[in-house]
Design a protein around this ligand. Sequence first.
Ligand code: ZN
Length: 497
Amino acid sequence: MSQEKMRQHPRSQRPINLLPTTVKQEDRSHTRDVASLQTTRSPSSLSRRLGSSLLLFCLLCSFLLLLPSNFGRSSSSSHHLDPLGGPLRSLLVRLLPSISAEERKEEDVNLSRAKRILSKHPLIDGHVDVPVYSRYVYKNRVEDIPFDLPPTQNGTFPMPGQVDIPRLRLGRSGGYFWSAYVACPTKEEVGENFENASKTQAIQETMEQFDVIKQFVDKYPKEFEFTSTAKSARKAFSKGKMISFIGLEGGHSLGNSLHTLRAFASLYKKEGEIVGPMRYLTLTHTCHNVWADSSSEQPPRWNGVSPFGVRLIHELNRLGIVPDLSHTSDSTTSQAIRISKGPVMLSHSSARNLTGDSVVRNVPDSILHQLKTSWIQQGKDNIVMINVLPDFLGGARDLETIVNHVEHISSIVGRDHVGLGTDFDGMLESPIDFQDVTRYPHLVARLLARGWSEKEVIDFSGRNVLRVLESAERLAVQLEREGERPDNSRFEDFFPS
Ligand SMILES: [Zn+2]
């Protein structure tokens, strides 16, 4: 990778730490004894427990103030009022530790339940950037990447970042969408009307990312299996493999061509299957492109989806690929929900309501309401998969904040339309108590602690996204039956020279 490309890479503002990841003491024992994971607790949950103990303490104090003045006096201290004296003091002293132990037990129970659930039902992460790490840190030399090496004796994982096979297994991963991402070209490279977008390096580099993903999957056949349909994903999981879809992140990778889209869509497709592993296309990354406006660039170029972008979305519907609306501008997102004949997704976005309007990369409530309406009124399925990148959590780096985002988004779209799209390996600093893929069960445990049912956490973990993919597959079958054929319209049709 050239220094120039490194500078263009939006995740490379700071030098990537090539040192092995240091894991916390609590994680070191996990590697020797997976069962010991069940007793780990996060700092935030400790403070939460402490908080609830303090609340109870205050309630008790209030209660005591309402008691008759002679209540609680010990026989030996009858000359002064000690509201916490005598039997009450000892009662309180006994009560507080017992509550703490009770809560601790409950948390352990939830973590055990979460692990049991994830061993039977897949947790599918909507956005994992291992290929980004591969490209920008290892120059795509897969043979040099310590992706399967266990932790060293001093408790460090040889693989930097947040994802590798030992940690995926510790975190009961059911699989993920491998992100095929390359940096946006510059404005100078693409030209005023994106007329030179087909001449940039993006297409070649994206091809390389598809190849690297295949190399990973081929290199570790006991761990991963390319999956295409939801059905094939369930089958792979039942065999103990991690589900492997591909998400193509950024329409700039298509070089203005629907032919290129179809070429990517056909990669690694098994005979007889209607779709290949590529199951979503993020319409934009951080740059506008010929198809649509990004949330990260001003002013808008199309005020949403371009006329050519409308054709792209139809073609995605025909191919069974879900339009992904993370990274797109609000106008693009809103229009794409209307244009798409089928489901849409946000593969890695958090709630703007909780971070303020400045975090334009997050999804606003207005869009969440639109998603809800489009599901109820038109039956267009959808899913919002929550990002854990601290910038998108408003700078917070704790599990409770992540759960707040899950709960806020699901309070509008419903618990059957949310999932997790961590962005792991796409960030230099991860949340403190959700630092890598080993922590998936902890998130599920927190949802259980907040009253989510087993059915709801199974949906959140993977069943929702599989249902959305299935809906896209049904639409593709239907459009084929209706006689839809590949759209061969070209850039020149929209920009005659
Ligand atoms: Zn992204």
